[in-house]
Design a binder for this molecule. Structure first.
Ligand code: ADP
Ligand code: ADP
Length: 226
């Protein structure tokens, strides 16, 4: 269960630049919300504030009705998947996937179980001993997803997770992400430039421009109109 509520969220960076201005959005449990908009319009900044990686300058973020503004990232029950994977190069696939669990002092046998379970779902079991440099782009992206799903978080934030993959892999991973959404019953916020991804994955699409929401609509209403 995870609903999100963003109320009058503003992000002013230390240099004075307002990257997000009065952002208001309610997201229901298990929604798959897509953020689209030109580069620099504040999509990543918004995700980073939700994850707690960036302070909120003003406004309130609620998850399941609980104010989250001052809650540490590791206590937010949120996982983030980045475009550049952000894997630790010196660690094996297993250790990359286990990292967030170790950070939270999960018992070792529990870590073993959770990592193997995620590896099975993502077809990574045979790669657990490898380092990231010995993986293909698609496999690295799977590891990044694996690291996110091991904790079974209520909310997934994905920032252009497929944009470094070639068209064929992108299509495959898109289907996998859709299945994962069903399987994990999680709430997902997903940033993309890809209209196919937006249309096939999204339950709702948020169009941003210059730090504000321009439009919120269903994929059908947004893209199918003549
Ligand atoms: P998007 O994800 O939509 O491409 P971002 O959220 O990354 O946009 O960036 C929004 C705006 O904030 C951009 O103009 C960017 O240059 C600016 N920005 C991002 N990070 C910082 C920072 N640390 N300091 C100042 N400005 C920043
Ligand atoms: P969690 O499972 O708690 O999300 P992560 O394993 O994703 O933890 O990483 C914790 C922090 O370390 C995050 O802020 C992430 O951006 C950062 N991080 C992850 N991989 C790298 C890397 N290779 N280099 C630098 N920072 C990284």
């Amino acid at each position: 269960m995870a609903s999100l509520s963003l109320k009058n969220i503003v992000k002013k960076y230390p240099n004075g630049f307002e990257a997000v201005k009065d952002f208001n959005l309610d997201i229901a449990d298990k929604e798959f919300v897509i953020f689209v908009g030109p580069s620099g319009c504040g999509k990543s900044t918004t995700l980073r504030m939700i994850a707690g990686l960036e302070d909120i300058s003003s406004g309130e973020l609620y998850i399941d009705g609980k104010l989250m503004n001052d809650v540490e990232p590791k206590d937010r029950d949120i996982a983030m998947v980045f475009q550049n994977y952000a894997l630790y190069p010196h660690m094996t696939v297993f250790d990359n996937m286990a990292f967030g669990l170790k950070l939270r002092k999960t018992p070792k046998d529990e870590i073993d179980k959770l990592v193997h379970e995620a590896a099975r779902i993502l077809d990574l079991e045979h790669l657990l001993d490898r380092k990231p440099k010995a993986l293909s782009g698609g496999q690295r992206q799977r590891v990044a997803m694996g690291r996110a799903i091991v904790r079974n978080p209520k909310v997934f934030l994905m920032d252009e997770p497929l944009s470094n993959l070639d068209a064929k892999l992108r299509g495959q991973m898109r289907i996998e992400i859709s299945k994962l959404h069903q399987r994990l019953q999680a709430t997902i916020i997903y940033v993309t430039h890809d209209q196919t991804e937006a249309m096939t994955l999204g339950t709702r699409i948020v169009v941003m421009k210059d730090g504000v929401i321009q439009q919120v609509d269903s994929p059908q209403n947004l893209y199918d109109k003549p």
